[in-house]
Design a protein around this ligand. Structure first.
Ligand SMILES: N[C@@H](CCC(=O)N[C@@H](CS)C(=O)NCC(=O)O)C(=O)O
Length: 336
């Protein structure tokens, strides 16, 4: 079978000028108590994710930070995409290559159960209703906010408030900027199909990283001394930057390691177990460098770059010393 490459899979998302415009999410019914919303119930849903994916990893980090991993179960797809005609994610990390709860081989099985005519990319993260086996929500942008807001009754007693009411408007505004220029900015650079579109994305990305570097020179996190939803979103891009986006997506003006504050900040976050436990640098390298669908030129099973050295992520950072403690975490970053 032929492995489709990124260009074929995302062809519908490339505008005439070569700019990458991400597809809409098909399943966006919110969680909540109103009629027509998805009921908030322990044991009802499964999050499908892959450690390769920045959009899915933000959900995995939020679930663990909030103590929700026994409430919403988690299925993990292989970072190496299957050799298969259609774009997909496979459960080849599991026994028998099948997700043990849903009994499916591919993420697309849950999409097709929900919509037999589903014709766009089956993506992670996806929330599946376990009983029906159908995807009920794949709104990667809002999922963490649902976990933070709507799932409060099930959160652990010491869960940090990641989306406090008084900061919501500011967090939403910053999340939008981070999405456009950084999270999706790297994809706009990497998937651009014209020099103009690439340069526009590249310039926007590095101007924004410079701006964030300045913001983080004054405070421990994006909103001062408390960890928020915005930090999770920025982190998942920073964690992939030097290992994948820098070279694979030609985002090569600077590495994150070259920014004093962003690099210390990224390592500060990595020293929090929920971040570290959901950061798999091997999965990231395999996915971006070897998995067929992203490889404009590389081949499946091509050579895997060995660096950057993961150990760099555990070197000491200066954030606590510079800015003092985190006010909404019981266990401070780096503490056991
Ligand atoms: N659901 C969003 C974002 C999530 C997303 O793009 N996830 C990626 C992995 S990081 C994915 O599953 N891609 C599947 C594909 O490109 O075939 C979208 O459709 O663009």
């Amino acid at each position: 079978m032929k492995e489709k490459n990124m260009t074929e899979n995302t062809a519908k998302e490339i505008e005439a000028n070569g700019h990458f415009a991400r597809q809409e999410n098909e399943f966006s019914t919110p969680f909540g108590t109103a009629v027509g919303q998805l009921p908030v119930e322990a044991g009802k849903y499964r999050l499908l994710w892959s450690a390769a994916c920045p959009w899915a990893t933000r959900s995995a980090i939020a679930l663990e930070l909030l103590g929700l991993t026994d409430v919403i179960s988690i299925g993990k797809a292989d970072p190496m995409r299957p050799v298969k005609e259609d774009a997909d994610w496979a459960f080849t990390l599991d026994d028998g290559d099948v997700d043990p709860v849903l009994g499916i081989k591919y993420v697309s099985d849950a999409y097709l159960k929900a919509d037999p005519n589903y014709a766009t990319r089956p993506t992670v993260p996806a929330i599946v209703d376990i009983e029906s086996g159908k995807v009920v929500n794949n709104d990667y942008f809002k999922l963490t906010n649902y976990f933070e807001n709507e799932w409060q009754a099930f959160q652990s007693t010491d869960a940090p408030e990641l989306y406090p009411q008084e900061l919501r408007a500011d967090i939403d505004a910053l999340n939008q900027i981070i999405f456009s220029d950084v999270n999706n900015g790297v994809y706009k650079a990497g998937f651009a199909q014209s020099q103009w579109a690439y340069e526009k994305a590249y310039n926007q990305l590095f101007a924004r990283l410079d701006w964030l570097e300045e913001r983080l020179s004054k405070q421990r996190f994006l909103f001062g001394d408390r960890l928020t939803d915005a930090d999770i979103r920025l982190y998942t891009t920073l964690a992939r930057f030097d290992a994948a986006y820098y070279d694979k997506f030609r985002a090569n003006k600077k590495r994150i390691r070259d920014y004093e504050n962003l690099w210390n900040y990224a390592r500060d976050l990595y020293s929090i177990p929920a971040f570290k436990n959901n950061t798999d640098f091997h999965a990231i390298r395999v996915h971006y460098h070897q998995s067929g669908h992203l490889s404009g030129t590389a081949k499946l099973f091509s050579v895997l770059p060995l660096g950057p050295d993961e150990e760099l992520w555990t070197t000491p950072n200066n954030r606590a010393e510079k800015f003092g403690p985190v006010t909404n975490l019981v266990t401070q970053p780096g503490e056991k």
